[in-house]
Design a protein around this ligand. Sequence first.
Ligand code: UDP
Ligand code: MG
Length: 313
Amino acid sequence: MMTQQPFLSIVVPCYNEEAVMSELYRRLSAACEPFADAGYEIIFVNDGSVDSTWLQIRAMGLKDSHVRGVCLSRNFGHSMAVTAGLDASKGERVMIIDADLQDPPELLPEMMRLMDEGADVVYGKRLSREAESAFKRISAAVFYRLLTKVSEFPIPQDTGDFRLMKRRVVEEICAMPEYARYIRGMVAWVGFTQVPLPYERKPRYAGNPHYTLHKMLNLALDAFTGFSVHPVRLAFYFGLLMLCGSFGLLLYIGISYAEDNTVRGWASLAFIIVISQAFQWMLLGLIGEYVGRIYQESKRRPHYIVKDTVGGL
Ligand code: UDP
Ligand code: MG
């Protein structure tokens, strides 16, 4: 165990990754070698694996003082595993990387260089997704473009959680108490100087992806609802649209009534239904607006972050 603060922390969420652990450890250690003097730590977070992942992490931790392991009590999901790793990290700079070696650890020097040049966050930007299925590529493309449209601040596109961050940024992320954690969005929200590093995403080294359709949908919902109240406004706009549309319908109802070619009572009933539906939708949207605000407030995020001060403030 390290006593003084290490320069670099690597945070790796691991869920049933027994097939990649030894290769992962080898490549991470090699990438960290230049920082041996400055001090580094590799934090493996075992996210409730049911295979030998934790046994391997334990063994590495006992053998190598650079390795630390955090074992969660069950599978909490990727975002929580990353959060646990960030909470445990002590480094001046912290890298998040997937266990499956889809993101090459060899990019570390390049990320370090960009950070030396002034970046507070260097995030990997995926150039191509050739290694991934057509479904994943298309759904990701739709998701990121939609998210950019509804989000109240820009979240970089085609970006995973593979990134290098300064301690300052990590601390802000750790201070956010919300339960729905869309890490890449939260990092973007923090601000400071964020620089992309384009790279080719490799296929998995071994094992199977754990992001099931269900987990992907959950992540997408966290992203949409965590960074915008726009979805809830849809009800209001829908009501408004119905109100406008219903004028045409009202005209039709009125003409039918005037020409006396309706069943008795139909015109008034149709009128009531159309109008009250439109108002109901709008009211629902209005209520949603308040719920949205309560939701935003209940997150208790800091309202702003001071980057720097001058004059002894
Ligand atoms: N992971 C995790 N908990 C989960 C699912 C995934 O810690 O519930 C880890 C997994 O071990 C890997 C990373 O998150 O290191 C990304 O998972 P995966 O490769 O399955 O996702 P994809 O690359 O398809 O986005
Ligand atoms: Mg993967």
